[in-house]
Design a protein around this ligand. Structure first.
Ligand code: ADP
Ligand code: MG
Length: 737
């Protein structure tokens, strides 16, 4: 009987691109159509309410109840005009997705009929029965309440018939149960710290905003083929599959022409994403076959995170319409590139200055150097934590493989910025005396005019400077960017607070030395601290090849975190330095950190557990039966040969078959043994009480078995009759559109 595989492959080949009608309007006209943005607020809210909302959004002022009622009324009017019947508080629990519970606007009118109602109370706060979301034990079942509370800085949007209200999700006692609450706290901390430091250079700065531009990588697989791969379906990645003879070695996919069926999907996705206010800008093929990327224009970090979460769910929906499944797993296929989500990050002021971009004046460049160096200080001090912030069971497959950032956090600055920092560090000792006489402009002779060359790039660096921002490349494609953004913005906030403290303490010293020139004293104190910090954080700077083995040895010498085990990397969240940082900035308490780590370890264990089960099942009920059945065919053939030919000749003719029969016997028994060991390792690990220890056991004893079993299966794939092989092969999954 022909394997089901051939049927689904045949169907996948025949599929035609969907006809996606281009909207009659231009993109700028339908951009944000489904978002209650400022333009809609202006139209649907009374003027004083509109102004209050702008004040809430721009300046973080409090929103009172009467205003909330008025906003809800305007929102409802807009929503109803757009066919909306339901609303939901949309939040980001500690699972990697988003959550929503839909309620309709309908209420009894007290006269036996119904009215549609939506009040400020419903807009502002809800108590979803969300006791089954992971909370790391913060909410024991007797106090299972969690509250969702509106985040007015991220606009409300419409999906189908539902008004979605972005919210934070917190426990009864105020602990964060989601990503958004600590993210907002971290963004507040970096705003306060960076604004303070900006005042050295420009007292008019009122606010510093953190920016994020993510680049979402993903794979597309035909839906029929996907359904025929239980491993993809249940774990998001292939647990077996031999390399395709051709994969990415020709480099012919990257930036190549986008296949038509995929192009139709992209067009559809972008139209819908633009309507939801996601400013999609770039689309292209990625390095691996069937791998693609979408990137929007960067935005304020909290909004950018929400937009990425929206986009990921939208992608899944639109892909199905086009007969695809989107794979967001970081490493769906062995042997070819995995997917990441580069997080382009920068800080900017309310008067439009990018703090990580060089300026035209020496003063602007001193500010630039300050923000570069203090970013490096944060990244250096917390390099282990930053790695923990992007680590997951799935991303672990990608990091350290030869195409992704290595599992060591370091920073690439490029030649010009490196030279600038070296220059500041080593400038002539006499410059203070000389500079003091020459007024502000010449005050800082070691800061030349800078033109940053964008082509100076290093793809192997996990945290690379790229002209006016840093690119945190180690973030996984499936991750909520908030995790990385909480750690990064907090680390930089802490460095800036510490920097300011030291500069302030040194200003009087320089005032004395420089006799009364206040400006000079300030700038000299800044340079003095920068020199110290440039020396301190030097170990984090690395412009060489991050994939090389020498780098691992060198990084260890430098004292950087080189741990590779995912559950051990999570421990960095509970280091004294991490707890002190998060607590001092008001981002997370020790209790929250501990609870969240429980969730991380538990999630890790569950993912490996599911993979182990799926691989065990597939081995026993797909692979071994098929291999054995092919083996029986060969045995039959051997028998037949013996019946027809004389012994000598039959032996000769049977030699090849006998070899394969033996190989199948060896490999199937190795698989069987592997599965038995896998089951035993799981049983032992399951008996372990604490989530931390259990995750370590899963990592050390269960996970390695998966690779051993896979090795044998992939070898069998090469010798068993192609017509019998049940699962779509790599060449089919990756080259059919
Ligand atoms: P790449 O060459 O790395 O593919 P792109 O030009 O595609 O870079 O941009 C990647 C992302 O970086 C985009 O989302 C872009 O808007 C964003 N970006 C550009 N400048 C900044 C900045 N100063 N801060 C944050 N993100 C930025
Ligand atoms: Mg990039």
């Amino acid at each position: 009987m022909e394997a089901l595989r051939f049927q689904v492959v045949g169907e996948a080949f025949k599929k035609k691109p969907l006809d996606v009608k281009a909207p009659s309007e231009r993109p700028y006209e339908y951009f944000g159509k489904k978002v209650f943005n400022r333009e809609k607020m202006y139209k649907y809210l009374p003027k004083d309410v509109y102004e209050k909302m702008v004040d809430v959004i721009d300046n973080g002022s409090r929103l009172d109840r009467a205003v909330a009622d008025a906003v809800a009324a305007g929102m409802k009017q807009w929503a109803v005009e757009n066919g909306v019947t339901h609303y939901t508080h949309w939040f980001q629990p500690l699972t990697e997705g988003t959550a929503e519970k839909h309620d309709s606007f309908i209420e009894h009118d007290g006269k036996g009929g119904m009215v549609e109602e939506f009040t400020g109370k419903l807009l502002v706060q809800q108590e979803p029965d969300a006791s089954s979301f992971p909370s790391g034990g913060i909410r024991s079942t007797f106090e299972a309440r969690g509250y969702s509370a509106w985040d007015p800085t991220s606009p409300v949007f419409i999906i189908d018939d539902t008004l979605c209200i972005p919210t934070v999700f917190i426990s009864y006692s105020g602990e964060a149960l989601d990503y958004k609450a600590p993210l907002k706290r971290a963004l507040h901390a970096v705003n306060v710290a960076a604004t303070d430091v900006c005042h050295y250079f420009d007292p008019a700065v009122k606010k510093v905003q953190s920016n994020l531009g993510w680049e979402q990588e993903y794979f597309l697989v035909d839906e029929g083929l996907y359904a025929a791969r239980p491993d993809l379906l249940l774990t998001g990645r292939t647990l077996m599959g031999h390399d395709s003879a051709k994969n990415q070695q020709m480099d012919d996919h990257y930036f190549g022409a986008i296949p038509e069926r995929v192009a139709a999907f992209m067009r559809d996705l972008e139209i819908q994403a633009l309507e939801l206010g996601v400013p999609c800008k770039t689309r292209h093929n990625e390095v691996a076959p069937n791998q693609f990327e979408l990137a929007p224009i960067f935005e304020e970090t909290n909004l950018a995170v929400d937009h990425n979460m929206m986009l990921m769910s939208l992608m899944k929906k639109v892909a199905r319409k086009h007969g695809f499944r989107v794979l967001l797993h970081e490493k769906p296929f062995a042997g070819i590139n995995g997917s990441g989500k580069h997080n382009n990050w920068s800080l900017s002021t309310d008067n439009g200055i990018l703090l990580h971009a060089p300026g035209k004046t020496p003063e602007a460049n001193l500010r630039f150097a300050t923000f570069i160096v203090e970013t490096l200080m944060g990244v250096y001090k917390h390099n282990g934590l930053l790695k923990a912030s992007i680590m997951s069971a799935t991303n672990a497959h990608r990091l350290g493989a030869n195409e992704a950032p290595p599992a060591i956090v370091s920073s690439f600055l490029g030649k010009q910025v490196s030279e600038l920092l070296d220059h500041i560090e080593t400038a002539d000792k006499d410059f203070l005396a000389m500079a003091g006489k020459q007024g502000l402009k010449m005050d800082i002779p070691e800061i030349p005019e800078l033109l940053i060359d964008n082509t100076d790039r290093n793809r192997t660096s996990p945290f690379a400077f790229t002209g006016n921002r840093f690119e945190f490349r180690a973030v996984g494609s499936e991750a909520n960017c908030a995790s990385a953004m909480i750690a990064l913005n907090s680390a930089v906030a802490e460095a800036l607070v510490d920097f300011k403290k030291r500069v302030d303490a040194r200003i009087p010293e320089f005032e004395k030395k420089l006799a009364g020139t206040e400006h000079s004293a300030k700038f000299h104190a800044i340079i003095d601290v920068l020199r110290e910090d440039i020396k301190t954080c030097k170990p984090i700077r690395f412009d060489g090849n991050g994939y090389s083995d020498e780098w691992v040895i060198e990084a260890e010498k430098r004292g950087l975190d080189v741990e590779k085990s995912c559950p051990k990397i999570f421990e960095r969240y509970l280091d004294d330095a991490s707890i002190a940082m998060f607590e001092s900035l008001g981002v997370m308490t020790q209790k929250e950190l501990e609870a969240r780590n429980e969730v991380k370890w538990e999630t890790y264990t569950k993912k490996i557990q599911i993979e182990a089960r799926v691989l065990g099942d597939l081995s026993m009920n797909h692979i071994i039966p098929v291999a054995t059945s092919y083996q029986s065919q060969l045995l039959k053939n051997v028998e037949n040969m013996a019946a027809v030919f004389p012994v000598d000749k039959a032996e000769k003719l049977n030699a090849r078959n006998i070899k394969i029969i033996e190989e199948i016997a060896e490999r199937t028994s190795a698989i069987e043994k592997g599965v038995e060991e896998l089951v035993n390792a799981r049983k032992l690990a399951n008996k372990i009480g604490g989530e931390h220890d259990k995750a370590i056991a899963y990592h050390d004893t269960v996970e390695p078995k998966l690779d051993e079993i896979r090795y044998q299966i992939d070898k069998l794939e090469l010798i068993v009759d192609d017509a019998l092989w049940p699962l779509p092969k790599y060449r089919e999954l990756l080259f059919i559109r």
